[in-house]
Write a protein that binds this ligand. Structure first.
Ligand SMILES: Cc1cc2nc3c(=O)[nH]c(=O)nc-3n(C[C@H](O)[C@H](O)[C@H](O)COP(=O)(O)O)c2cc1C
Length: 220
C-alpha cells in the first residue's frame, strides 16, 4: 500500500485514460471512505452523482442529443486574474498544449482539446459533485476536502482522476441527466479511470510556486 506522501506525489490531473473499467463497488468504497473528510460543523455538504459503465454511455448520448441552452453556474476564475495567478494559469495551459504539439496560434485545436473535458477525457467513470445553494465559501471548501481525499484514496487503488470545473459550464444539461434537486448547484465533475501512460498529456509535471512566495514563518 502506498503512503500518503506517495499518493500526493503520484496524483496528477490525468487527461487520457485507458478503456479499463472501474467497478461500482470500488467507486462506492472510495466514496464512503472519502466521506471521512472533515467539514465545518460536520455538515458533510457534498452531494455526489456517479456515472459509470453503461450509464456513462447513456450520459454521453444524452449530452450529444441535448437541445437546451446552458449557462455557467459560477465564474470559474475571477475577472482580470492578477499575478502571480495569471502566470500560473497561463503556464499550465502552455504545458498542456505543448505536450501534444498544439501551437499557440491554433485556437481550433486548443478548443478541440478543451472540449475533451466533456467526454471525461475518455474515462470510464465520472462524478458530478454538487453543493446545496444555501451553502457559502466554507462549505465549498469542505467539498474540496472531499474531492482531494477521493483523489488520494483513488491513488491507493492505482486509479487516476481529473477534477473538472468545466462541467459547471454545462450545469443545466448535467442536472437534467442527474435529476439533481434545483437546490443543489454543480461545483465540478471528476474523470476517473486508469491513466494512459503512453499519452503525452499525462507525461509532464505541473510546477508549484516557491515556498517563499506564499508561506511565511513568522519570527518575532
Ligand atoms: C476543483 C478543480 C477543478 C479543475 N477543473 C479542471 C477542468 O475543468 N479541466 C481540466 O483539464 N483540469 C481541471 N483541473 C485540474 C487543474 O488544472 C490541475 O489540478 C492543476 O493544473 C495542477 O496540476 P495537477 O493536478 O496535475 O497537479 C481542476 C482542478 C481542480 C482542483
Amino acid at each position: 500500500m502506498i503512503s500518503v506522501t506517495e499518493a500526493v506525489a503520484n496524483r496528477q490531473s490525468v487527461r487520457s485514460f485507458t478503456k479499463k473499467q472501474v467497478s461500482d463497488e470500488t467507486l462506492k468504497s472510495l466514496i464512503i471512505k472519502s466521506s471521512r473528510s472533515p467539514s465545518g460543523g460536520n455538515l458533510q455538504p457534498w452531494r455526489i452523482y456517479v456515472v459509470n459503465g453503461d450509464t456513462m454511455k447513456s450520459f454521453l448520448d444524452f449530452q450529444n442529443t441535448w437541445q437546451g441552452s446552458d449557462k455557467p453556474e459560477y465564474p470559474i476564475y475571477p475577472e482580470k486574474l492578477k499575478e502571480p495567478y495569471r502566470t500560473s494559469r497561463f503556464k499550465i495551459g502552455e504545458q498542456l498544449y505543448n505536450s501534444i504539439g498544439i501551437e499557440r496560434s491554433d485556437s481550433q485545436a486548443r478548443v478541440d482539446q478543451m472540449l475533451k473535458n466533456f467526454t471525461f477525457f475518455g474515462a470510464p467513470a465520472g462524478l458530478f459533485c454538487y453543493v446545496d445553494r444555501q451553502m457559502n465559501q466554507p462549505q465549498w471548501s469542505d467539498l474540496g476536502m472531499f474531492l482531494q481525499t477521493f483523489m488520494l484514496l483513488a491513488q491507493e487503488e492505482g486509479i487516476d482522476t481529473c477534477a473538472q470545473e468545466s462541467w459547471s459550464l454545462r450545469q443545466k444539461m448535467v442536472s437534467e441527466f442527474t435529476e439533481a434537486d434545483e437546490e443543489h448547484m454543480l461545483f465540478c465533475g471528476m474523470a476517473i479511470g486508469y491513466r494512459d501512460t503512453t499519452s503525452p498529456l499525462n507525461n509532464y509535471k505541473t510546477d508549484r510556486r516557491s515556498l517563499d512566495s506564499w508561506c511565511t514563518f513568522i519570527s518575532k
